[in-house]
Design a protein around this ligand. Structure first.
Ligand SMILES: Cc1ncc(COP(=O)(O)O)c(C=O)c1O
Length: 415
């Protein structure tokens, strides 16, 4: 992979693109929301569809010349229906956040009420944080995970719903390592006659591969990002039943967006085709097996995992017991210096600031794409433990970085 044409026009950007390729090849990407898409997806996203205006939907566009845009969007929709079994799919949201916006705009009025999980307990900004449009436009009440177990307390969600009487209940999370019981959230929504939005941004791939239970057919709306575990072109997706199809489509365009990013939709179509192949189910199973392997090994090293383990693609480490003098930010910085890239994260019952919280979130989708198995993940856990035990020791960070080099050579990327 080279950027010679870009280089001939813009060497500064070409340097950054080369640098990013090199960074991804030579570091361990463990940010739970990231993945490495295939070269086919990259090529589709870099295609001439970036030039095309295609406001509207297949067969009903506001511009001429949309026949190829129609083909690509129809393929993305049909493949998404095959993957997740939804009646109606909209593949135009520019991101997972825009997908959530599309649902809110479809069924809520400004001032309506959202019940969602607190950000510091694993929720997402677009579920109603005051800094996000959702927090500004709607009245938001938040539930929390159980302080002891780190898991959703479904009875408490229902009680909170009965007290708050929301118009929509949001499930689906950014930093929740356990399987979500969608039917229990649905019961809470039904109890107060509210809509239910299940945001599977992180676990789209796990749900498509039946490695995590599906909310499709339970929740009124299912949203997601398309570049995380599903490993397709960057963007968002909304799935719903026929009864909400028109409201969702008009909430996305013209309600919240203009022209769809057709090159990204091409990337979604290609990635969805890849995810329909039998190998993808093996990949998704390995993602979870790898998260369990790294979690168990970190526990052997004395680390505390929120909820005591994982059923998904991530583990959330609470450093307070094992490393009271190391913040999430300290750990993130030291790990990055050793070429292991992940993010500091708030943990339930957070006692530090959101900018330098008490935990780290560790995800396995990207390394699993590179071919890492459980044994390799145990090695990675050993390296993480070594760094977090020695955040200020330059010699240790160099030694771990050399070990990372060996791993990235063994599991190459974009050769
Ligand atoms: C639960 C959840 N919803 C929505 C999003 C937003 O996705 P995007 O970055 O595609 O807007 C994220 C991002 O990580 C997420 O975790």
């Amino acid at each position: 992979m080279d950027y010679e044409t870009v280089r001939s026009v813009d060497p500064e950007v070409a340097d950054a693109l080369d640098g990013e390729l090199d960074r991804q090849q030579n570091t361990l990407s463990m940010i739970a929301s990231e993945n490495h898409v295939s070269e086919a997806v990259l090529e589709a996203q870099g295609s001439t569809l970036t030039n095309k205006y295609a406001e509207g939907y297949p067969g009903k566009r506001y511009y001429a010349g949309c026949e190829n845009a129609d083909t690509v969007e129809e393929l993305a929709i049909e493949r998404a229906k095959d993957l997740w079994g939804a009646e109606h799919v909209n593949v135009q949201p520019h991101s997972g956040t825009q997908a959530n916006m599309g649902v809110y705009f479809a069924v809520l009025e400004p001032g309506d009420k959202i019940l969602s999980l607190d950000l510091t307990h694993g929720g997402h900004l677009s579920h109603g944080h005051p800094a996000n449009f959702a927090g500004k436009l709607y009245e938001v009440e938040q539930y929390e995970v159980d302080a002891e177990t780190g898991r959703i307390d479904y009875d408490a969600v229902r009680e909170r719903a009965e007290a708050f009487d929301p118009d929509i209940v949001v499930s689906g999370y950014s930093a929740y390592p356990r399987e979500v019981k969608w039917d229990r959230i649905q019961e809470a929504a039904d109890a107060v006659d509210a809509y239910h939005l299940a945001d599977i941004a992180h676990i789209t791939g796990l749900v498509a591969a039946d490695v995590h239970a599906s909310p499709v057919g339970i929740a009124d709306f299912v949203t997601g990002s398309t570049h995380k575990t599903i490993r397709a072109g960057r963007g968002g997706i909304i799935m719903t039943g026929e009864e909400f199809a028109d409201d969702v489509d008009s909430a996305v365009f013209p309600g919240g967006q203009g022209g769809p990013l057709m090159h990204n939709i091409a990337g979604k179509a290609v990635g969805f085709k890849e995810a329909l192949q039998p190998e993808f189910a093996e990949y998704a199973e390995q993602v979870v097996a790898n998260a369990k392997a790294i979690g168990e090994r970190l526990q052997e090293h004395g680390f505390t995992l929120v909820s005591g383990g994982t059923d998904t693609h991530l583990v959330l480490v609470d450093l307070r017991d094992s490393h009271p003098d190391v913040s999430g930010g300290d750990a993130e910085a030291a790990l990055e210096a050793a070429d292991i890239v992940l993010n500091a994260n708030t943990v339930p019952g957070e006692t530090r600031s959101a900018f330098d919280p008490s935990g780290i979130r560790i995800g396995t989708p990207a390394l699993t794409t590179r071919g890492f198995d459980e044994a390799a993940m145990e090695t990675v856990a050993d390296l993480i433990a070594r760094v977090v035990d020695n955040v200020d020791d330059e010699a240790v960070l160099s030694e771990v970085s050399a070990n990372v080099d060996r791993l990235t050579d063994e599991f190459p990327l974009y050769e």
